[in-house]
Design a binder for this molecule. Structure first.
Ligand SMILES: [Ca+2]
Ligand SMILES: [Ca+2]
Ligand SMILES: [Ca+2]
Length: 853
């Protein structure tokens, strides 16, 4: 923030604030400029320039509990700085603490107000939170009809959580007492007896008390009536006055690294009616306008490809008429090479979009885009730009994810050999916190808790967590085989020694890395068939206090087999009495089994000539799955799992490619064509993959679908300015963009007269910087500027793993696209996942291939 902007802003100096803390009513409505008052807009949130208040448009969805995207949200000068406004039962609630259920939400236009009725079913406890603008601020009023349940006395309070990274290196004032927001958590803690702990998700516990029957909670950093956050920073300056009861400032990071700074007022005992009331007054910079974002590829462009920057503007901004392209010379001087009118696109979500087309520039070099006084990061135009755009994903990211291995990189050890104590049979009737579930039978020959041999081999840490998830493993293997078969990637920069369980990054060993990764994934998949005669859903730690592990995966369990004859926390050096071994979730699923067969069949081709014994076992196993599944009634896809299918179609295709046996091709077509009628967009990826292996009639039959598909691709350009699918689910959509772009590449290869390469370019440009919210590349280490803070398993260090692909732009309802660059802990925006990363390698190689055309 420039100093003049600071002076121009209607910042209230701390001394004045302290005086008005007890007399805020003096801020009467008639002295406040009309345009700085919050108004309820048509999208049902309170809005003024530079400040929005969203009230439960984004709800706790229960899937991963508190994702720090729900409740009352503040968007302050374009940044979501606060979230989680609600009555909560903990000083600093963690992800798996209880969340309230929204019984009703009333938007009352006439009153300019929103209220929500929140309920905690376990305690028969209802609160109403009423939100209404007052002066230049907003009033939060909490009411209850019945006195607080005795168990919640001193526990329930109104909380609002502030994003730590937005307040790092900033100060606060509590009733005039000064403080600096802690960069690292170091609050005083209170030890609480275990029996006062309110239940967490499904009676799991995030806290490992080591047998001490206790847990801990942070004590307030500061208490008082009026809190001013960041008085020195006009963009983040907020005042909160409690009109009754104390405000507490707490640091949630003391109990969970993804915790936020919490401002809280306890609900008093034995009282009904109005129990908490806050007046929250933000500073807003008059006529604040968000800085334009010049969306472009951080890697750059081929000389002959379509080159369109998408410029994202504040809706109050007046678009300029032109933009220009500057070339950088060896002396560091920029000279204008091209300028042109920008083209209006229009509104999308909360912003306004224009486009700048510089496709006609094809000279090799380093360029920037200039729009007004905004200048993009430098990028290249050249034929070589994608040469290194995927190597970090294969060289670094995947080795770091390798489970059951010690992973070294030069002077650094990423992690020791992890989970050597895999695995025990999971218990029956169990709902796991990561979505795994066991019914009332194990459906195996093992009894609950029994050791299953042979599972401590192969596989990758699924994502930012560490489980072996069968579905994502299968997809990863399939993407790797696609990359191997289409592009013959022979790159060798990694040593993998399974005998020693040793991986060394930047150490060639004479074997193609992609085959070594296919082998490593396949070993985990085949281990399931060896142990159970079929695929299982996956393997994961049993305890919640293990699951939130951050750091070296080899310390997630003690790596010693559980021995029930020893006491808990006791070890004889060979085994251990601590029940921390992972559990295998084993219930049957046709989809799982078919998907595993698909991956194993595909892997058998890639592994042929590299590891023939494993290749044979993979193919034999895949055929056995086919036979076994056809002996039993076909299970339809899960209800609600749209287009999910049983996975039989994909298995049929891979088995046909391996064996050329007609029965598989026949079955593939029996399943494919009706599926294409129902949803050609979703099934096109399967249809086009078969083209090289099927006859001419197949391709002719596919043609009308491809025409419809192309028309639907062109339709996307009317829906958003980026011309790719932008999803609005709870997990951002880079996976669908990558998968769509790969399908478009395969269609371009199969039907070049119909499908141009531009759809594939659009997909990769989106991933590499041409997207809403910012212009960062979502692949860490790829492009001039990329994700340096992401949700890898080293996220506690606010860092990245090179080559990881983030999920991207999450759309918070109703219109706020977000990808936090300074806060790693939002998995829906920043979590690397194995199958997405493997498919990115495929996409980058597809684009390399387009460059050769
Ligand atoms: Ca997982
Ligand atoms: Ca190698
Ligand atoms: Ca163990």
């Amino acid at each position: 923030m420039k100093k003049d902007a600071f002076l121009k802003s209607k910042v209230i100096v701390p001394v004045v604030l302290f005086v008005i803390a007890t007399s805020f009513m003096l801020l009467s409505n008639n002295v406040i400029p009309e345009d700085s008052r919050l108004k309820l807009n048509d999208r049902e949130y309170f809005e003024t320039r530079g400040f929005n208040v969203l009230v439960f448009e984004n709800r706790y969805n229960g899937m991963f509990f508190d994702e720090k995207t729900a409740g009352i949200l503040l968007i302050h000068h374009g940044v979501r700085t606060a979230t989680g406004g609600a009555v909560r039962l903990k000083p600093t609630p963690e992800q798996w603490d209880q969340i309230p259920f929204v019984v009703e939400r009333n938007v009352t236009k006439e009153n300019n107000s929103i209220d929500v009725l929140l309920r905690y079913e376990d305690f028969d406890f209802d609160t109403r939170v009423y939100v209404q603008p007052r002066g230049t601020g907003i009033l939060f009023t909490v009411t209850i009809d019945k006195p607080l349940p005795a168990k919640l006395e001193g526990r329930a309070g109104f909380n609002l959580e502030f994003l730590p990274s937005a307040y790092f290196e900033k100060t606060y004032l509590m009733d005039g007492r000064t403080g600096t927001f802690p960069l690292y958590p170091s609050s005083s803690m209170e030890v609480m007896p275990a029996n006062t702990q309110l239940g967490q998700f499904a009676d799991h516990s995030t806290f490992d008390d080591r047998g001490r029957s206790e847990y801990v909670e942070p004590k307030p950093i500061s208490e008082g009536q009026t809190l001013i956050l960041a008085p020195e920073d006009p963009e983040h300056h907020i005042q909160i006055q409690s009109l009754d009861g104390n405000l507490m400032l707490l640091d949630g990071r003391n109990v969970a690294q993804n915790g936020w700074f919490v401002v809280r007022t306890l609900i008093p005992a034995n009282k009904t009616g109005k129990v908490v009331e806050w007046l929250l007054t933000p500073n807003t910079i008059p006529n604040w306008t968000r800085t334009p974002v010049i969306g472009h590829s951080q890697v750059g462009y081929y000389p002959d490809q379509e080159k369109i920057a998408v410029i994202e503007l504040d809706k109050n901004d007046t678009p300029l008429s032109t933009a220009s392209l500057l070339k950088l010379n060896e002396r560091g001087e920029f000279t204008e090479k091209y300028n042109d009118q920008v083209k209006e696109w229009g509104p999308f979500m909360r912003y306004h979009y224009i486009k700048f087309d510089f496709s006609s520039v094809s000279d090799r070099g380093i360029y920037v885009i200039q729009y007004g006084d905004q200048r993009s990061d430098p990028f290249q135009i050249g034929t070589h730009i994608y040469d290194n755009a995927w190597q970090p994903t294969l060289d670094i990211w995947f080795p770091v994810q390798m489970d059951h291995m010690f992973v070294n990189e030069a002077y650094r050890v990423w992690h020791g050999a992890a989970h050597l104590d895999d695995a025990l049979q999971a218990p029956v009737n169990h709902q796991h916190f990561d979505g795994y579930r066991m019914g009332d039978s194990t459906e195996t020959r093992y009894t609950p808790g029994e050791r299953i041999p042979g599972l401590n081999i192969g596989g990758w840490f699924d994502a930012g967590d560490y489980d072996i998830r069968t579905g994502s493993h299968c997809n990863t293997v399939i993407h790797f085989v696609d990359s191997w078969e289409h592009f013959g990637i022979k790159r060798d920069e990694t040593l993998v020694d399974h005998k020693q369980r040793y991986v060394d990054i930047h150490h060639p060993d004479g074997k193609p890395d992609i085959l070594q990764q296919i082998e490593h994934g396949t070993l985990a998949l085949i281990a399931q068939h060896r142990a159970f005669g079929r695929a299982i859903p996956g393997i994961i730690v049993p305890k919640l206090h293990q699951y939130h592990h951050l750091g070296d995966g080899s310390t997630m369990t003690d790596n010693l087999n559980y021995n029930p004859n020893l006491k808990i926390y006791e070890s004889d050096g060979y085994s251990s009495g601590t029940p921390d071994d992972r559990w295998a979730f084993t219930n049957k699923s046709s989809r799982n089994n078919y998907t595993s067969a698909t991956a194993l069949a595909a892997a058998s081709r890639a592994l042929r000539g590299y590891n023939d014994a494993l290749a044979d076992e993979c193919l034999t196993t895949a055929k056995k799955v086919w036979t076994d599944e056809h002996k039993q009634p076909q299970q339809e896809s899960r209800p609600g799992f749209m287009f999910g299918g049983t996975g039989e179609m994909e298995a049929a295709l891979q088995l046909y490619i391996c064996t050329k046996n007609k029965q598989y091709a026949t079955r593939f077509e029996e399943l494919l064509w009706p599926a294409m009628e129902k949803g050609f967009n979703f099934n096109m990826k399967n249809a086009v993959r078969a083209v090289p292996y099927m006859d001419k009639a197949y391709k002719e039959k596919l043609l009308p679908f491809v025409k419809k598909y192309k028309a639907s691709n062109d339709e996307i350009l009317k829906q958003n300015p980026y011309g790719v699918i932008i999803t609005t689910g709870g997990w951002a959509g880079n996976e669908s963009v990558i998968s769509w772009a790969v399908t478009n590449y395969l269609l371009h290869k199969a039907f070049p007269e119909l499908m141009g390469p531009e759809y594939t370019y659009r997909g990769i440009n989106y991933i590499l910087g041409c997207h809403p919210s910012s212009d960062i590349s979502f692949v860490s280490g790829i492009g001039t500027r990329s994700k340096k803070i992401a949700y890898g398993n080293n996220r506690a260090d606010y860092t990245f793993i090179a080559g990881g692909v983030a999920p991207g732009v999450l759309v918070l309802k109703p219109d706020f696209p977000e990808n936090k660059e300074d806060w790693p802990f939002l998995w829906g925006e920043n979590e690397y996942v194995i199958d997405i990363c493997a498919e990115y390698i495929l996409l980058a190689n597809a684009v390399l291939d387009l460059g050769k055309e």
